[in-house]
Design a protein around this ligand. Sequence first.
Ligand SMILES: Cc1cc2nc3c(=O)[nH]c(=O)nc-3n(C[C@H](O)[C@H](O)[C@H](O)COP(=O)(O)OP(=O)(O)OC[C@H]3O[C@@H](n4cnc5c(N)ncnc54)[C@H](O)[C@@H]3O)c2cc1C
Length: 462
Amino acid sequence: MINMSKVQTRMPMQDPKVRNQNFEEVALGYSPEQAIREAMRCLKCRKHPCMTSGCPVHNHIPEFIAKITEGDFEAAYQVLTKTTSLPAVCGRVCPQYLQCEGNCVRGKNGGRPVAIGALERFVADWHRQHAEAAEETTIEAKNQDALSDKSVAVIGSGPASLACAGDLLDQGVKVTIFEKENVLGGVLTYGIPQFRLPKEIVENEIAGLKAKGVKLEPGKTLGKDFTLDELLGAKGFSAVFVGNGAGKPMRLGIPGQEAEGVQSAAEFLAKANLEKVLPPAKNIAIVGGGNVAMDACRCAVRIPTAEKVSIVYRRSAAEMPADPGELQEAMEEGVEVLYLTGPLAVECAGGKATGLKCQRMELSEPDESGRRKPVPVPGSEFVLPADLIIEAIGSGSENDGVDGVALSERKGLIIADPETCQSSRPGVFAGGDTVTGPKTVISAMGAGKKAAKAIAEYLLTN
Ligand SMILES: Cc1cc2nc3c(=O)[nH]c(=O)nc-3n(C[C@H](O)[C@H](O)[C@H](O)COP(=O)(O)OP(=O)(O)OC[C@H]3O[C@@H](n4cnc5c(N)ncnc54)[C@H](O)[C@@H]3O)c2cc1C
């Protein structure tokens, strides 16, 4: 029986006034009854646009939802994992409003789409809590028998690399992951905060790879500790997958940006996530309007000494790239948004930031990105008090160690075939943010899976 309610089954959440004091997960997940009720809103429509035009990895969405309506949650999980390696992650952080849910027919005519992300999360969590131990033993035994003599080096341990490594291990290939940081998981671990993506979820994914026999080498950097030539030569790897992300922060380029108290969102979030260190700031300004700015401002409201947290964004709400759900949650937690406001200079005293000089902006004609270009309003300067200024205006690639691999001229991204992830250098494949520039977990994961398929084919003939 179909549940014809136009509204989604609400997922329980921590109260904003409670959650802005802690780092526990904000969304609490569906109960089995809530999941079944929401799953019953799926119309099982013939063209299933959620899957065909909405999901970058073409998850079998109507099929996994049908299994939920039958109460067979493990079967739903098995359907999902035919196409995705990280359902517990993607169910939490994918921009579903632009993808599967954005194409759901229940979202037309004033209704709300089926909460596909929440259902994916439910199924993955259910599996983790109920079926994990039994399944991992089976995988380990199966693959240890089938390991071939080919080895692949995977650079980085973000979603592109995890997905690539997982699929290669499933095909019997030996895999070593080399990760620059001492912790594994890439942005999933040091970028996205605990209150959106608990680290246990990422650790669980890595434990799954360990069970399949992956060799992990944290604290090892391509271009510093070894080269591509060494990997493909003396170290004996038959191929390399480069999934080194796009983690080099862009700077504001304004006077005073070297002052104490000015830092990149990457640095701020990594300290908060890995070291649990939050600077003792009172007035915090975050410059930017994307999802990284959202994570930074939501971490900033959780600083015990924080009195005011402001987003400084130079365009209007209509142009803001952040996930609307995240923006709403940030505002519920006490973040103020200054739209049409551009930073001009950091005000300092004794080398420390005291404020951000800003100016009001207005929108003129669309620029090359298609968004209306912000232009300054003369005489509108003002100073926003700020002892912590966080730059969240984008990031680029650090592709120093990828010798012999062609990079794009403008952004220094690795040039790779979109279908096979093959770079210009034979035996070297690349995918995720290092190829596309900053994008999403699911697109990085999709690239890792494509690369694994192409690498396996390459290994058969090389
Ligand atoms: C704060 C933040 C929040 C985000 N929120 C979302 C979200 O909600 N939803 C979403 O879909 N996407 C989100 N994204 C984007 C998403 O996380 C990325 O698109 C995705 O992680 C890219 O995956 P990747 O595997 O290509 O790279 P990364 O996750 O960046 O991983 C690259 C890894 O390579 C390592 N590395 C780099 N250089 C070397 C080297 N020379 N040698 C060895 N290792 C190296 C890095 O340390 C890192 O671990 C967010 C990004 C950030 C920064």
